[in-house]
Design a protein around this ligand. Structure first.
Ligand code: GTP
Ligand code: MG
Length: 282
């Protein structure tokens, strides 16, 4: 499947981020723990040149635990400070805050030497759409200041959120990049719900997801949840889901579009198990 999504609001958002990054000490890059590499935006990597940076592998509650540990080790081996998070929970928050503080300590020291005292640390929270940037900011702030939602493109402009005297966070809109060179990357991002549903065909996306789960031997949750038996093709599985969930047309034929929607929602919500879609590079 060839998926591309780079709407005008992302070009605009990127420009605003290029402007605001000048005032920032640290970039907190949020990726989806279920595909930590595919959900990294190369444009954010270059945007953050010369800044302190940190990677938060969010939605770790939905990813395979062993795979997440391997990914965290891999990022650390590349020199990144890396954090596994469920942004909805305050667990790990203390460590995250300590890490933010540490990442900015050099900057603080430089400020101090130049006689600048008590200037707050400013961190930009950036990443592709729907990975949980605004949710993380709300959890850190302990209040719902940033708008969140279970679809890509909820945050539309940069918004500073002041945590206390010493830290300010910048929420930014999710941005993708102009072209997915590897079609698998686009697919993966779509599976995870970071691509607008307006531009994908539900049945196509769902059968591709089933194919991917089969390839990765990650089908047990799918089979269990929908009571699948025997060797079925991806489209056979979709028919089966339609039947099991009563998605039938007037003539009793399976409504595969509806079944595809159900499958995608349940996969994204972790109902088919904790599944990681990407392996650490060799
Ligand atoms: N299971 C789980 N869900 C999460 C986590 N973090 C965020 N969510 C959910 O993911 C959805 C998207 O969260 P947002 O915070 O709006 O994502 P965002 O990155 O700000 O998205 P945009 O503003 O569209 O770029 C919401 O439904 C959140 O409740 C997490 O760690 N685990
Ligand atoms: Mg947001």
């Amino acid at each position: 499947m060839n998926i591309q999504w780079y709407p005008g609001h992302m070009t605009k958002a990127k420009r605003a981020m290029q402007e605001d990054v000048k005032a920032v000490d640290l970039i907190i890059e949020i990726v989806d723990a279920r595909a930590p590499m595919a959900t990294r935006n190369p444009d954010i990597e270059s945007l953050g040149q010369g800044k302190s940076r940190m990677i938060v592998m969010n939605k770790a509650d939905l990813a395979d635990e062993e795979a997440s540990a391997a990914w965290a080790r891999w990022f650390q081996s590349k020199g990144y400070t890396c954090f596994l998070m469920d942004a909805r929970s305050r667990k790990n928050l203390k460590q995250l805050m300590a890490s933010i503080d540490k990442a900015c300590s050099e900057k603080r020291e430089r400020d101090r030497k130049r006689g600048i005292l008590n200037r707050p640390v400013r961190a930009m929270v950036a990443g592709i759409p729907n990975v949980g940037k605004s949710t993380l900011i709300n959890t850190i702030a302990g209040k719902s200041t940033a708008k969140t939602g279970n679809k890509p493109g909820v945050t539309r402009g940069n918004q500073w959120i002041r945590l206390n005297k010493s830290v300010e966070l910048l929420d930014t809109p999710g941005i993708l990049w102009p072209k997915f060179e590897d079609p698998k990357v686009g697919e993966c991002i779509a599976f995870l719900g970071s691509i607008s549903e307006m531009i994908t065909i539900p049945e196509e996306l769902a059968t591709e997801l089933i194919r991917t789960l089969k390839e990765r031997n990650s089908c047990s949750g799918l089979e269990e949840r929908f009571g699948l038996e025997g060797e079925l093709t991806p489209s056979g599985i979709l028919d089966c889901i339609a039947e099991k969930r009563g998605c039938l047309g007037p003539g009793g034929e399976p409504n595969t579009e509806k079944a595809a929607g159900i499958l995608m929602n349940e996969f994204r919500a972790g109902m088919l198990g904790r599944i990681t879609l990407e392996d650490v590079p060799e």
